[in-house]
Write a protein that binds this ligand. Structure first.
Ligand SMILES: [Zn+2]
Length: 189
């Protein structure tokens, strides 16, 4: 039975060694120091790559994190309701559904380039509608199961602002319709 004791001792040793090697790695994501919000409430962290229309290329910047209270202070009540509370502006009420100038539509909260006038089209819905975003990296999408149906929510990838939804009934070829609230956007020529 001596051999048995050695064997179980060996297994225990292997387990301890294995655990010592694996566990610190598993805990690593929590060990990011210096990425917490700054005292000024700036809260910027996490570098991301975004496409800049002005620079015609990729830029590195940081994500923006603010609390709902901070956004409430910074935004108009309408922009706060839409971007932070997943609200929807009334159809045909916003500044951009019938807007035809050439330029860039940026995020109202962080200035991230989201859509260009080149991909804007007349959807007849009363909300500004686009075929594609500036780049897939400039937006995020997630499933939205509110209102008893499944839709795909569109968000700003830099600050998490709710922008609107994307539907699969857009013009060919991609067939997508990014249905975006005017109040979440800021137009620049
Ligand atoms: Zn944003």
């Amino acid at each position: 039975m001596k051999i048995f004791r050695y064997l179980s001792g060996g297994i225990l040793l292997i387990f301890l060694l294995f655990g010592a090697v694996v566990l610190p790695g598993a805990g690593a994501p929590e060990q990011k120091e210096g990425t917490v919000s700054s005292p000024e409430g700036e809260g910027a962290k996490d570098e991301i790559q975004l496409y800049s229309v002005e620079k015609r290329g990729w830029i590195m910047t940081r994500k923006i994190y603010k609390t709902a209270e901070e956004w409430k202070r910074l935004l108009s009540p309408e922009a706060y309701h839409v971007t932070e509370k997943q609200g929807t502006e009334r159809a045909f009420s916003g500044a951009y559904w019938d807007h035809h100038e050439k330029g860039v539509y940026r995020c109202i909260r962080c200035g991230n380039d989201l859509f260009t006038s080149d991909t804007k089209f007349e959807s007849g819905t009363g909300w500004p509608s686009f075929r594609t975003p500036v780049s897939e990296k400039n937006i995020d999408t997630r499933i939205d199961r509110s209102l008893f149906r499944e839709r795909v929510e569109v968000l700003c990838s830099r600050c998490g602002a709710h922008l609107g939804h994307v539907f699969k009934d857009g013009p060919k070829l991609a067939g997508l319709r990014y249905c975006i609230n005017s109040v979440a956007l800021m137009f620049g020529k």
